[in-house]
Each structure stands twice: as structure tokens, then as C-alpha cells.
Write a protein that binds this ligand. Structure first.
Ligand SMILES: [Fe+2]
Length: 186
């Protein structure tokens, strides 16, 4: 009877849809890990947003590793490499957490662009100077932290300790990156 509320379109989300499109359930009804279905869905959707932010920041950091110039070249080239390498590894854990919750992880540029809160870089045609790069990475890391905090709250309320643990670790790391990068501008 109460069907209308949960019934979702089976079709892919319409282009330009702004409201929570994302992850499709793999087999949600057969999963019982002690988290209510609605909570599991909300956490997976939040993690999909987080993953999209984290991927976009990863790509931006790698882009700047390639394209940085100026007197700070060597230290920033090396610093960015350390950060994007660590971020790349962490992406996998987040995607696999979404899978463990029973949902598919976003894994295409189109999805990441749709779900991220971070503005994508123009690439080779729009490379900022080193200060602009650092500024953008400060903003990007802060954006990742804001998204992580939001999802962490949802996961905590639902008693999803593995997601809380994962997001707590990511927050510590991205807050540290934001601090280190910010320090270069002071
Ligand atoms: Fe390299």
C-alpha cells in the first residue's frame, strides 16, 4: 500500500537532476547488517558525494603536480605527489565501503562531476600560478572535510561505526593537508 514513497524510477537519472540521484541498490532487500535500510541508503548516498569530492580533489592535486611552475616548483611538486598518492589509495576504501553497504559506487567522470561540491579544474588551458593552486587545494580540502562531516553525522546517528571510523581518518588527513597548504600562503 505505502508504495509511492519508496518507488523510484528504474531509469537512469535525468540529465541535470540536482536532487540525490546517485547509487543504485545492488540487492538492498537481502542485506541485513544491523543498519536500517533507510539509513544504509542515506549513508551510501552521502559516501557517494564524499567519494566524488575526494576524487575531484585527488585529480586536481595530481594536475597541479604536473603543471606547477615557479620558484616553489620542487617543494610543491613533491608535496602534491605525496598528497595525491595518499588520496588515491584512500578512494578505494570509500568506494568499497559503499559496496559493503549494498550500493554501487560512482566510478565515472560524469557521475563525479554531477555529485561533487568542488569546481573542476579547466586543465591544461587554465593553469593557475602556484599560489592559485595552493589556494584551490586549501578550498578543496576544506570542502572534502565539510562533506565528510555531514556523512559522519549520518553514519554516527545510524550506529555505522566502520563508516564513522573511515570518515574520521579522512577528516584528520584532509584537515592536516588544508593546514599545511594554508601555511604556505601565510
Ligand atoms: Fe610525477
Amino acid at each position: 500500500m505505502a508504495k509511492t514513497k519508496t518507488a523510484k524510477s528504474k531509469k537512469s537519472p535525468a540529465a541535470g537532476t540536482k536532487t540525490k540521484p546517485l547509487t543504485q541498490a545492488a540487492s538492498p532487500s537481502r542485506i541485513d547488517i544491523g543498519i536500517a535500510n533507510a539509513d544504509r541508503k542515506e549513508i551510501a548516498e552521502g559516501l557517494a558525494h564524499y567519494l566524488s569530492d575526494a576524487f575531484t580533489l585527488y585529480l586536481k592535486t595530481h594536475n597541479f603536480h604536473w603543471n606547477v611552475t615557479g620558484p616553489m616548483f620542487n617543494s610543491l611538486h613533491v608535496m602534491f605527489e605525496g598528497q595525491y598518492t595518499e588520496q588515491w589509495t584512500a578512494l578505494d576504501e570509500v568506494a568499497e565501503r559503499i559496496r559493503a553497504l549494498g550500493y554501487n559506487a560512482p566510478g565515472s567522470y560524469a557521475e563525479f562531476i554531477r555529485l561533487t561540491s568542488i569546481r573542476e579544474e579547466e586543465g591544461a588551458d587554465g593553469v593557475p600560478d602556484w599560489k592559485g593552486m595552493v589556494q584551490q587545494l586549501v578550498s578543496g580540502n576544506e570542502a572534502v572535510c565539510r562533506t565528510a562531516r555531514k556523512v559522519l553525522k549520518t553514519a554516527d546517528d545510524a550506529g555505522d561505526d566502520p563508516s564513522v571510523d573511515l570518515l574520521t581518518q579522512r577528516l584528520q588527513t584532509h584537515e592536516k593537508y588544508a593546514w599545511m597548504l594554508r601555511s604556505l600562503l601565510e
